[in-house]
Each structure stands twice: as structure tokens, then as C-alpha cells.
Design a protein around this ligand. Structure first.
Ligand code: GLC
Length: 744
């Protein structure tokens, strides 16, 4: 018997070994290459792969390591930040590949947030198009342009959900809803990374800022963040998960703390959730110097401890703080960092370089011919123009003053500091975009207006300041005109990083100019340039039409002129709630119910005694030059289990005089749950073109196991049986409603 057992044991061992050999074959060339390379690396070279430095080429990106060139040649730098020409990237890559001992190629990361050379509308504006295919296309163009210079890693997409219009960085993201933000995150990741990462036009994506940055206290930049785990998991994390599931190769952690633990050293986020629950095997890079700042943030006693805390929490790459470079050797020697974890982090980084094809050809992205031919092409500019069209949101159009009737309006006053302004049509994070390429609104109109139409231009005032001396010229221009176009709003840098505003009204004396012009008893069209929701209740009341143009980018002026003249019927929908005043903030559509829901007629309700509790404009709101009528919301079943599919249909008729696109929105409400759920949650949408007079039936499929699931009171993920409300409509308020029962 003993002999038989012995033979069986031998057979078992041989079988297991063969499996492992098969596995290594399955793991393949990449695993073998990476393991062999790691086996040759010194500790210093390993730490080099975990260090990212600026080469000081972009004046806005300071050099934190003056010895970066020596370090590159010594194999102590794994990635360079903010290099963006073939000349510089080739020079730096050669230092790494041809002068360092192991010749490991470097990543070249850059903030390409809304275009590289062709600048698209800011990401929040792109989201207002509710057109993920177009968003993916603009991301593809950005990757195509940037990769031609050798850039192979974007610090994008920014996927931070936020309810805070005071916070400047909402403009870089996708608004207040986790579903919409997830759809846009996937579109951008797929646009950047393309269908095949080996393609020279692809770059590694980097969803950021993991996590919770959009909930900084009072919307104040870099402020602390305190959120419940339910809000973290149900509202903040979904777009990150969607980006990872879409294949994002890298991730960036946030500056802020999450409930007292800085994101840069947050094990719960970067290890337990990201790697433990989501099986993420890319790398995590810190935000700019955020590892160093763990000391000032009250989390680390000293610089050495910053490296220990951040690395052991799951932070792979140190962006611009030198903390890893300076401290990890000693921490490994002291046993405070395990060399096996170093190898794991290095493997994550080398994996990305392998996936990008850099080991096969470290210079594959550096292409002087592409650098000359791929930028600002006619097609790229046409796409930028289309994206701008589709991003604009028509908030008001009394007496159908738009589109402009040039038979009626023979002379047009164009007034305001945003009317002939290139810089503020670009916004922040403009990468290598050139302001001189921007088409202003004045230029756009001059190109398109027929010769018989007179354009009377006056700036009127500045964006900031209290100088009203230009008012008289503006009023005179208006007096000579049949209609007034007033382009006012924010400067491009009044949003973006370090762009929080405590006052979200229109700055300076621009509103006063509007009120003066509105006394002339001529139609006034307000063209708003904004990087956030603005409190514009009085300005809307003083205008006949209001078009939100956000920060429209290189082709902005052409696009605004197109829409004003009816070349394109606006279809944008708000991805963020517009409050009546900052004192209502935070105010958002997907809020939890109160025990006494707001009721204007009842003081004892979720409301104020001195101001309305309702928003100026709700999430999902946006008008068209035509009108759409919704009817016949139908469910193909009234009840079912979580695996049953619910087919939803709704009829939408174009009842106006223009063909147009409509974003049909589908929301749900889980009426009773172990963790109370929002009064509405967006779960699907379709942007459809409907000819005037035509009616279409729009269909959706709800899958309860996917669409009704949430993190419950015990933080497990899943559905709970009970009543659900299903809504369909043109925005989050004007909806048709049906009931559905989810059974055990
Ligand atoms: C900045 C931003 C981050 C950006 C990084 C590199 O401070 O927070 O979004 O990608 O540093 O510029």
C-alpha cells in the first residue's frame, strides 16, 4: 500500500509541475521577459522604475529633481513628466535606453485633458453632449496628436463625481451623476488606449483622482474629504471601476484624505478595493508631490515615513517628490518595506511598458513625420466644431428668438468680454494648444453672416473688475442694432485646478452691463462662457434666450455662430444642476429623500424659509429649437426577479418646426432599501435624431442585477426586492413614471 501511495504522490507532483510549466507558457513571453529583467535589477534600478520626474520642459511643471538627467542615465527614472516634442522625448529616451545599464525605456506622461494641439471643449462640456461615441472620438484624436511626439501616457481621464459648483475642477470631469460619469470614463479610456495598444497612436490612460476629490469640504481646493462608505462606494467609485473594467492601464491617487486617511497612502482604497476587490493589476501613481505632503497633511512624522506609508498602502510610482528615491533603500534594509512588494510594483510598471510595446521599440511613438502631419488637421478641427455644437445647452428661448432670423435682424450687436476672446475659449490644461488658433465668436460670425448684415461690436467691460466706462459704447452699439448678442461669463482659469470660487455668480460688472442693455427693449441673447454651474437667475430673467457655451475650445467661435444661425439645432443637456444661488449648494438631482420632502406650501418640509429649495435648472435639462412630446411609457412586465430583463419603451414625438436630436433619459428609484436610495438615479440614455413631425419609440433594457444593485447597509453589493419607480423623460424632473416590483 505504501508503495502505491508513494507512486501516486510522485504522479501528483509531476502533474502539478507540468501545469505550472503550461501556466508559464500561458503566462508567456511577457512574464518571462519581465521576471528575467527584474532578476537583473538592483534595488536602486527598481526604485528608479517607481520614480517620475519633470524634465523642466513645460514651464508650468517645476523640476523637483535637478539631477533628473544623471538619474535617467543611471537607470533611476522610470517616467518623465511634461515632455511633448519628438526632439526632447527622443533625447531623454536615448539617455535611458542607450546610456543606462539595463536600457529600460521610459514612459512620457502629460496632462492631455481636452486635446493636445486641437483643443476640444472642456470635459464637463463634452459630457453635456451626452454623446459617448463623439467623446471617444475626441479622445482618440488627442491620443493621435500627442503620441506623434512620443507622449505615451495621459494623466486623464478625470472621473471625479462632484456636487460642488464652487470647486474648480468639476470642469475637468463629468458632473454629478455616477452613471453618466462612468459612460464618459469608458469612452475616454477607450479613446486614449484604442483597440490595440501596440498601435503608435495609442497612449496609456490614467483615471484620476482616486478617490473623493470632488467632495472637498465647501468646494475649497485641496480641502479635506469626509464621506460615508456608502457614498464612496455608490457614488464616487463607480466611474473608477468602469475605467478599470475598460482596461485603463494606470491610475492616479488623489491629494485629499478620505475620512482622515490621505488617498496617497490609503490602503483601503489602493489595496483592499483596487487590488483586492477589483483585481486591478496596473500601477498607481501619486499626484504631484502628494507623497511628500503626507507630513503636512498630518499623516507622516517625517519624509522617510511618507515613503513607507505610501508604498505599503499600494502606491507604486512617486510623482515628483523624490520620497521613494531617497528613502526606500533604507526602509528595505530595515525590513519596513518588503522587497517582494517592490518587485510587485516594478512588475506593474514594466507590464504597462510591455503593453505599450516600448520594449520592442522604445522610439516607436517618436515620429517627426506624424508630429508634422497629425496636428490640427481639417478633420480634427471639424470634430472639435461638432463637439462644441453638441456641448452647448439651450436654457431659454423665449419667442423663439433663436435661431437668428436674418430677414428680421439686419443689424446685430455683439457685445461682451467673451465675444472676441481667444484665451478664455481655451480654458485650463491646454497642453500644446495654441491660443492664436482659436476662432472667436466675432470671427465666427464675420465668416458666416451675409454681407447685408451689419455686426456692431463692443467689448463693454472686462470679465473682472468694476470698470463700467465701456458701457456707453456698448449701449450705442446696441441702439444701432435690432438684436443684442451678449457674450459674458468666466475667465478660462476661473475653473480647473486651484480654481475654486466661493461666489458662483458672473464676475465683475458683466451682469450690470446685461441689465443696462435689457432696458433698450431689444431681444437679448445671453451667451454664457462658464467652467461650472453659475447662479444666473436674474441674468436669465433679463434675457430672451440663454445658451451655455461652456469653454468651447479651438473651434468655439465657429460653433457658436453655427448654432446662432441654425446650422445646428442645440441638443446639449446639463450634466450638473444649476443652483439659484450658492447658498443652496450642495444641490443635486440624485439626492436622498427627506422624511419631509420639500414642499413650497409647507414650512415643515425639506426647504428654506427665505429662498426656494428647487434648482434653477435640473440635471439633464436642455432645450432645442424644436419641441419633443413624451408619451406611452411602457414596461413589458410589471414584476420579476433580479435576472429578468425589463424592456422599457417610450414614445417621443418632434412637435416643433426643426429636425433635432433629443437625449431620452431613463431613471429609476428604489423606493425602500436598507440604505435609503436617491430619489432618482440615471440608468440609461439614448441620443436620438427625430425629424420634425416624426414620432419614434425609444426602447431600453433594464437588468435589475446590474441596474438595481447597490452597496447595501452591510456594504455587500446586490439588489433588494421591493417596489421600484421607472422614469423616462427629457430631463431629471420632467418625466413619465411607471412602477415595477422586484421579487425575491
Ligand atoms: C496636478 C493635478 C493632476 C495632474 C498632476 C500632473 O496637480 O492634480 O490632475 O495630473 O498634478 O500635472
Amino acid at each position: 500500500m505504501r508503495e502505491l501511495t508513494k507512486i501516486l504522490m510522485i504522479l501528483l507532483v509531476v502533474f502539478a509541475a507540468s501545469c505550472s510549466i503550461d501556466n508559464s507558457k500561458k503566462g508567456g513571453e511577457k512574464e518571462k521577459f519581465i521576471n528575467d529583467l527584474i532578476g537583473k535589477m538592483t534595488l536602486e534600478e527598481k526604485i528608479g522604475q517607481l520614480s517620475l520626474f519633470s524634465a523642466g520642459i513645460d514651464p508650468t511643471v517645476p523640476v523637483s529633481n535637478p539631477k533628473y538627467a544623471d538619474d535617467i542615465k543611471a537607470g533611476r527614472v522610470g517616467a518623465v513628466f511634461a515632455a511633448f516634442t519628438t526632439r526632447d522625448i527622443e533625447r531623454l529616451q536615448k539617455m535611458a535606453v542607450e546610456e543606462s545599464r539595463l536600457g529600460i525605456p521610459m514612459l512620457f506622461g502629460y496632462d492631455v485633458i481636452h486635446g493636445f494641439k486641437t483643443i476640444f471643449p472642456m470635459p464637463l462640456a463634452e459630457t453635456a453632449s451626452w454623446n459617448p461615441d463623439l467623446i471617444r472620438h475626441t479622445a482618440r484624436i488627442a491620443a493621435d496628436e500627442a503620441s506623434a511626439t512620443g507622449v505615451n501616457w495621459f494623466f486623464a481621464p478625470m472621473v471625479d463625481v462632484t456636487h460642488e459648483p464652487r470647486w474648480g475642477r468639476g470642469v475637468e470631469g463629468s458632473g454629478e451623476d455616477p452613471y453618466l460619469a462612468s459612460v464618459v470614463a469608458v469612452a475616454r479610456v477607450k479613446g486614449y488606449q484604442g483597440d490595440d495598444l501596440k498601435d503608435v497612436s495609442t497612449v496609456a490612460a490614467c483615471p484620476k483622482h482616486f478617490a473623493g476629490y470632488g467632495f472637498v469640504e465647501a468646494g475649497k481646493e485641496y480641502a479635506p474629504v469626509d464621506v460615508s462608505e456608502g457614498r464612496l462606494r455608490n457614488l464616487i467609485l463607480p466611474p473608477f471601476k468602469a475605467a478599470i473594467d475598460a482596461g485603463a492601464l494606470t491610475m492616479m491617487s488623489a491629494f485629499n484624505d478620505v475620512n482622515g486617511v490621505p488617498a496617497a497612502a490609503n490602503k483601503f482604497l489602493m489595496t483592499d478595493i483596487l487590488r483586492g476587490e477589483w483585481n486591478y493589476n496596473g500601477f498607481v501613481v501619486s499626484d504631484f508631490g502628494s507623497i511628500d505632503s503626507l507630513v503636512v497633511q498630518g499623516y507622516a512624522e517625517n519624509n522617510k515615513q511618507t515613503a513607507e506609508l505610501a508604498f505599503n498602502a499600494g502606491g507604486d510610482i512617486d510623482m515628483e517628490s523624490s520620497s521613494y528615491k531617497d528613502n526606500i533603500p533604507a526602509l528595505v534594509k530595515e525590513g519596513k518595506i518588503d522587497i517582494r512588494d517592490i518587485d510587485r510594483a516594478v512588475r506593474n510598471v514594466l507590464n504597462v511598458k510591455w503593453e505599450l510595446g516600448l520594449f520592442k521599440d522604445p522610439y516607436k511613438y517618436i515620429d517627426k513625420t506624424r508630429e508634422k502631419t497629425r496636428m490640427l488637421t481639417k478633420q480634427n478641427l471639424e470634430t472639435a466644431r461638432q463637439m462644441a455644437w453638441e456641448s452647448f445647452v439651450l436654457l431659454k428661448n423665449n419667442n423663439r428668438v433663436l435661431p437668428l432670423d436674418l430677414k428680421k435682424y439686419r443689424s446685430i450687436a455683439l457685445i461682451g468680454p467673451l465675444a472676441d476672446n481667444q484665451a478664455d475659449y481655451m480654458g485650463t490644461w491646454i497642453a500644446q494648444g495654441d491660443t492664436f488658433n482659436v476662432v472667436t465668436l466675432k470671427q465666427g460670425l464675420e465668416k458666416q453672416l451675409p454681407s447685408g448684415i451689419r455686426l456692431n461690436y463692443a467689448k463693454g467691460c472686462n470679465i473682472e473688475g468694476d470698470d463700467c466706462s465701456g458701457f456707453s459704447e456698448a449701449i450705442n452699439a446696441a441702439r444701432r442694432s435690432d438684436i443684442i448678442l451678449l457674450a459674458i461669463g468666466e475667465k478660462g482659469n476661473m475653473s480647473g485646478e486651484s480654481g475654486s470660487r466661493g461666489d458662483i455668480t458672473i464676475p465683475g460688472v458683466q451682469s450690470e452691463l446685461l441689465y443696462e442693455l435689457s432696458k433698450l427693449d431689444k431681444p437679448v441673447v445671453l451667451l454664457l462662457s462658464n467652467g461650472r454651474p453659475l447662479a444666473i437667475e436674474k441674468e436669465v430673467a433679463a434675457s430672451d434666450a440663454v445658451l451655455v457655451t461652456w469653454i468651447p475650445g479651438t473651434a468655439g467661435g465657429d460653433a457658436v455662430a453655427d448654432v446662432l444661425l441654425g446650422q445646428y439645432n442645440p441638443s446639449g443637456k446639463l450634466p450638473v444642476t444649476f443652483p439659484r444661488s450658492v447658498s443652496q449648494v450642495p444641490i443635486y438631482y440624485n439626492h436622498l429623500p427627506s422624511n419631509r420632502p420639500g414642499d413650497p406650501s409647507n414650512r415643515y418640509s425639506c426647504s428654506y424659509i427665505d429662498i426656494p429649495f428647487t434648482p434653477l435648472y435640473p440635471f439633464g435639462y436642455g432645450l432645442s429649437y424644436t419641441t419633443f412630446k413624451y408619451s406611452d411609457l411602457k414596461l413589458d412586465r410589471k414584476e420579476g426577479g433580479e435576472n429578468d430583463i425589463v424592456k422599457v419603451s417610450v414614445k417621443v414625438k418632434n412637435t416643433g418646426d426643426f429636425d433635432g436630436e433629443e437625449v431620452v433619459q431613463l431613471y429609476i428609484r428604489d423606493v425602500a432599501a436598507s440604505l435609503i436610495r436617491p430619489v432618482k438615479e440615471l440608468k440609461a440614455f439614448k441620443k436620438v435624431f427625430i425629424k420634425k413631425g416624426e414620432e419614434k419609440t425609444i426602447t431600453f433594457e433594464l437588468k435589475p442585477e446590474r441596474d438595481f444593485a447597490f452597496y447595501r447597509a452591510d456594504m455587500t453589493y446586490g439588489t433588494e426586492p421591493g417596489r421600484f419607480l421607472i422614469f423616462a423623460g427629457t430631463n431629471s424632473q420632467d418625466v413619465l413614471k411607471e412602477e415595477y416590483l422586484l421579487k425575491e
